[in-house]
Design a protein. Structure first.
Length: 136
């Protein structure tokens, strides 16, 4: 299904299939992708659970998008892997992970390593800087 969506440049079919399977978070992510003019193969791979998708986005120079996509799908270990090669995106990862956990009422998400030290090191970045990183 994912291959078909990439070939036909139609992500709505994948979104419908994921919704039907009860994969709401992934279907929601597909919905956000559908507003783009062209379906990105890396983003679709991430949606179907293939962490290689983040590598595809990263190799296209879309590291911020890859980190954002991995975090949107709660794949924080993949996002951390991407950031280790691109340290300037660490504040984005820390911000998103903390925000997503706090949205669920989990305020102590940074009590374990490596998140505790990463939060201390990269957690005090302005939202303007975060938004710039998301675009990069």
């Amino acid at each position: 299904m994912a291959t078909y969506c990439i070939e036909t440049n139609n992500i709505q079919h994948l979104q419908s299939a994921l919704s039907g399977l009860g994969m709401v978070a992934k279907a929601s992510y597909c919905h956000s992708l559908s507003s783009q003019n062209e379906v990105n193969a890396g983003a679709v791979k991430l949606v179907i659970g293939d962490p290689e998708g983040a590598n595809v986005l990263s190799s296209q120079g879309k590291v911020g998008a890859a980190v954002l996509a991995a975090c949107d799908l709660w794949n924080f270990s993949k996002a951390l892997e991407l950031c280790k090669g691109n340290k300037k995106y660490m504040p984005l990862l820390v911000y998103l992970r903390t925000k997503y956990h706090s949205n669920l009422g989990m305020s102590n998400c940074n009590n374990e390593e490596p998140w505790m030290s990463l939060s201390r090191q990269y957690g005090n970045v302005s939202e303007d800087e975060i938004y710039k990183l998301m675009k990069g």
